[in-house]
Write a protein that binds this ligand. Structure first.
Ligand SMILES: [Zn+2]
Length: 146
């Protein structure tokens, strides 16, 4: 896998990079994800752990999180890349999301509150999958590293 790390502000986070690189490698054995992934460690609002930028297999993780705290957010974002990789989730140039053929306009998504946002079908799909993916990934992680 080809994993690239970017920073807008702040020092390189070496532990975060090691953890993230391992998580990507092991997640790739559990669900199919793109081979080239860019990850930005950038300051985000306090309640935001991460966000996916779907147009170029890139996601952001909040710079303030510790290398332990990033595990679940990284897996969350990797599942979004999986959805995109499988063609289930698409994002158009104008920011419209398409999930299983149904369109969700960017303006409408931005208006959603936290709860409504979590109810979007691609977020529901992550919620459904994350525990199982996380458990499989951690099992692989510990098998190799301990
Ligand atoms: Zn999400």
């Amino acid at each position: 896998m080809n994993i690239e790390f970017c920073y807008i502000d702040g020092k390189r986070l070496l532990n975060h990079e090691i953890v993230t690189r391992n998580l990507c490698e092991y997640t790739n054995k559990v669900i199919s994800i793109p081979n080239n992934i860019s990850i930005e460690f950038v300051p985000l609002q306090d309640h935001v752990y991460g966000e996916t930028i779907l147009n170029d297999n890139r996601f952001r993780i909040n710079y303030k999180l510790t290398h332990r705290e990033i595990i679940k957010p990284v897996i969350h974002e990797l599942i979004h890349l999986h959805q995109k990789h499988m063609g289930k989730l698409k994002v158009m140039r104008d920011g419209t999301f398409i999930w299983n053929g149904k369109q969700y306009r960017k303006e409408n998504i931005y208006l959603l509150g936290q709860k409504e946002y979590e109810n979007l079908p691609w977020e529901q799909d992550v919620s459904k999958k994350i525990d199982k993916v996380l458990a499989s990934v951690l099992e692989l992680y510990f098998k190799v590293n301990i």
